[in-house]
Design a protein around this ligand. Structure first.
Ligand SMILES: Nc1ncnc2c1ncn2[C@@H]1O[C@H](COP(=O)(O)OP(=O)(O)O)[C@@H](O)[C@H]1O
Ligand SMILES: [Mg+2]
Length: 370
């Protein structure tokens, strides 16, 4: 066997034994901290090299003095190398500690920032954790907002249902006791109250379907001009009674991909609101045109503008501003715009409101029919 082959075999054997011992120790303490794991990896590499050197030196029949020198050199290098490895492993250990702290903050109230330094994979995990925190935070806020509006809805709707019920009861009692001077008028008012309550219950049902996600839309090409004409026609009675003019200016051939029933409810609610909030003899304008891949439908009224503080609240469930709660004939329970928003978003569209020249403008954007 040539000398070189012998050297190779001896070095491989010593290094192999050292590596195997380190691997066995690493396996035994595999649940220990990342610091221990990194230390063992460094130790395996260093011990492998050093034991190879020591083993071959012994086999080379060096003088005792030379062998001692080699041993001292190996011992010193080993200690220095282990020290350097421990220093370098601090980056990974610090990043792992950073990740643990970051994970502990998820879902809490403090802000969570991704890791500033450390190995790329760990920084990526940190970035993902920070994103999850943001998503969770947004979901919590949505949930709280929904919960608050649900509570308000129950309180307000029970008030809104109790008032007409009390009125109905009083009128029915008057009729039963023969105290009603004009029974026909009483019957008419009772009918109007029942109609109002029916609309409110319908709205509640629609809203609960939207919130429960059980809304079934049958999307199809819908001609905007016809749909708006029908909605305006449905509101002519109230518009005429107040002498409000409703103008439509819709681009010819404008089509959206929508559920016709849902869309006409959206336009109907917006037009009805606009007429109700426009003073007598005012003008409401409904317009529609293409805006890129979307269709923009807007309803502009002359309500005098919505307070800046209220602009964000008009779409909240049951929000009705500071209007008196014993309402005018066409007032609802504050559900109309929440339904509009729910239906528009179910179409992957958006709705927004902004003040515009002594009034306000509701803008609905829906995907155009390609
Ligand atoms: N076109 C509008 N102009 C001014 N204010 C509006 C308009 N539409 C809605 N609002 C305000 O937003 C509130 C909520 O509207 P909505 O959800 O339709 O409920 P409701 O019509 O039952 O009051 C209204 O009570 C009103 O204060
Ligand atoms: Mg309304």
């Amino acid at each position: 066997m040539s000398d070189m082959l012998a050297v190779v075999l001896i070095a491989a054997a010593w290094s192999g034994v050292a590596g195997a011992v380190c691997a066995a120790v690493a396996w035994r303490v595999r649940s220990a901290s990342i610091r221990v794991a990194l230390g063992l990896i460094a130790a395996a590499a260093i011990a492998g090299v050093l034991s190879g050197v020591v083993g071959t030196s012994r086999a080379m029949f060096l003088s005792d003095h030379d062998l001692r020198v080699v041993m001292v050199v190996c011992a010193v290098s080993g200690v220095v190398s282990i020290g350097c490895a421990a220093l370098m492993s601090r980056v990974v250990v610090r990043a792992a500690q950073g990740l643990r702290e970051l994970a502990g903050k998820i879902g809490g109230r403090t802000t969570v920032a991704a890791l500033a330094d450390g190995p790329r994979e760990l920084r990526d995990v940190g970035t993902e954790l920070a994103r999850s925190h943001e998503r969770l935070h947004a979901a919590q806020q949505r949930e709280q907002h929904l919960e608050r509006s649900r509570r308000e809805l129950v309180a307000w709707v029970s008030h809104d249902l109790r008032t007409p019920l009390a009125g109905l009861r009083a009128m029915a009692e008057a009729l039963v006791d023969g105290l009603a001077e004009d029974p026909r008028r009483y019957h008419q008012r009772m009918l109007a109250e029942v109609d109002r309550m029916t609309v409110m219950v319908d709205d509640l049902f629609e809203l609960s379907r939207i919130h429960a996600g059980t809304l079934q839309l049958s999307l199809q090409p819908v001609g905007v001009r016809d749909l708006v004409s029908e909605s305006i026609a449905g509101a002519t009675e109230i518009a005429r009674s107040r002498n409000v003019t409703v103008d439509g200016c819709i681009d010819a051939g404008l089509e959206v991909k929508a559920d016709p029933g849902a869309l006409s409810r959206v336009v109907g609610n917006l037009v009805m609101n606009a007429i109700r909030h426009t003073p007598d003899d005012g003008v409401v304008v409904v317009s529609g045109h293409h805006a890129g891949a979307m269709v923009e439908l807007s309803v502009t009224d002359a309500c005098g503008g919505i307070d800046d503080a209220d602009v964000d609240r008009v779409f909240d469930v049951a929000w009705r501003g500071d209007q008196a709660r014993t309402p005018e004939p066409y007032a609802g329970a504050g559900l109309g715009l929440a339904i509009v928003k729910g239906l528009v978003e179910a179409h992957r569209g958006t709705v927004a409101v902004a003040n515009h020249l002594g009034g306000c403008r509701f803008v609905v954007r829906l995907p155009a029919q390609p």
